[in-house]
Design a protein around this ligand. Structure first.
Ligand SMILES: C[S@@+](CC[C@H](N)C(=O)[O-])C[C@H]1O[C@@H](n2cnc3c(N)ncnc32)[C@H](O)[C@@H]1O
Length: 319
């Protein structure tokens, strides 16, 4: 029972959960997993455990939750829950499950990106709004930091990641400005260098460093390769009838999920110019969301971080 029984505010549990990270599209996640239970669901991006709590509230002991996160700081969020927490990368999903003796997985959930807690902790270096070290590692023990990239990568590599992973139209100007300003050590120093490198008009359309920070975060954490491998691993571990649900926050993440699901559903995803199919499309999935689900206006109003969310879901079919 919540501590504030008899008052109108949130319970302590609800406050802690909101402070760490408010789950996005939680009702939709619950409904997508309802038909696959009872059984094991893996929350592969555990974070604050917001989605896990929603599933436990909805299904009680009909769901057995496994929580995975590459950030060990997420572990305490599982302490008061009936959850088996594993600190690790979701790209190694099969190994993690093997190690804890879990088979027969009915569901896997991905909620990509960083948690509000990571973003709002200046010392983690994810935010261009607050001063902190240029770190950006989701797993603080991994060897590559954003500072390593900013201060040592050749300008051509910086241009490439800013273009490809930031979709930054002023990639070359920004990359050259970064190299000229080396060494950079804080988030706000970098944000100022980026702001000074782009045309004034750009500064009126949102924060000019947003795309640069996205590119650096993706590079630091090898995020897109992890997503491709993680979704593959999820499809592999699911039983027939099990479901994979993935929430993305930008088009690069969403494209990977969409392509993988389409290939799994037997739809060829080769470029049209290719004379024969090389993508190996075979029907092992049924797509449950022909168009991605988006949050409603009410959810976006109460949780602005939900604005760009797109949810895709697919069900494993019998081989
Ligand atoms: C958006 S948050 C998840 C929030 C969570 N759904 C909730 O409601 O509290 C994403 C989380 O995924 C974790 N993460 C990102 N990439 C990962 C990966 N490759 N393996 C494991 N965890 C990852 C991040 O560390 C972060 O805690």
């Amino acid at each position: 029972m919540g501590q504030n029984q008899g008052t109108e505010g949130p319970t302590k549990e609800e406050r802690d959960e909101r402070d760490y990270h408010r789950p996005v599209l939680a009702d939709q996640v619950v409904e997508l997993f309802r038909p696959v239970l009872p059984g094991v669901v893996v929350d592969a991006t555990f974070g604050g455990g917001g989605h896990t709590r929603s599933l436990l509230r909805a299904f009680g002991d009909r769901v057995r939750m496994i929580g995975i996160d590459r950030d060990p700081n997420a572990a305490p969020n599982a302490a008061d829950l009936p959850v088996r927490f594993v600190a690790g990368d979701f790209r190694d999903l099969a190994t993690h499950l093997d190690r804890i003796g879990v088979e027969d997985v009915r569901g896997v959930l991905f909620d990509f990106g960083v948690s509000s807690h990571q973003l709002d902790t200046p010392g983690r270096g994810f935010s261009y709004r607050t001063a902190g070290p240029l770190d950006m590692r989701m797993d603080p023990s991994s060897p590559l930091t954003a500072a390593d990239i900013v201060n040592t990568w050749p300008v051509e590599d910086l241009i490439r990641i800013l273009r490809e992973w930031g979709e930054e139209p002023h990639a070359a100007q920004i990359a050259r400005a970064i190299v000229a300003a080396r060494p950079l050590s804080t988030t706000t120093e970098l944000a100022d260098v980026v702001a000074a490198a782009v045309p004034a008009a750009r500064r009126r359309r949102g924060h000019p460093a947003r795309k640069t920070f996205q590119a650096l975060r993706i590079a630091t954490n090898d995020e897109l390769a992890a997503i491709a491998e993680g979704v593959d691993a999820a499809i592999d571990v699911l039983e027939p009838g099990g479901r994979c649900v993935a929430i993305s926050y930008h088009s690069l993440e969403d494209r990977i999920v969409k392509r993988r699901f389409r290939a799994g559903a037997g739809r060829c995803v080769c470029p049209p110019a290719l004379p024969v199919c090389a993508c190996g499309a075979r029907p092992e999935l049924r797509i449950l969301t022909p168009k991605p689900l988006r949050p409603g206006a009410e959810e976006v109003a109460s949780n602005p971080r939900a604005r760009s969310a797109r949810l895709r879901a697919a069900e494993k079919v019998a081989a």
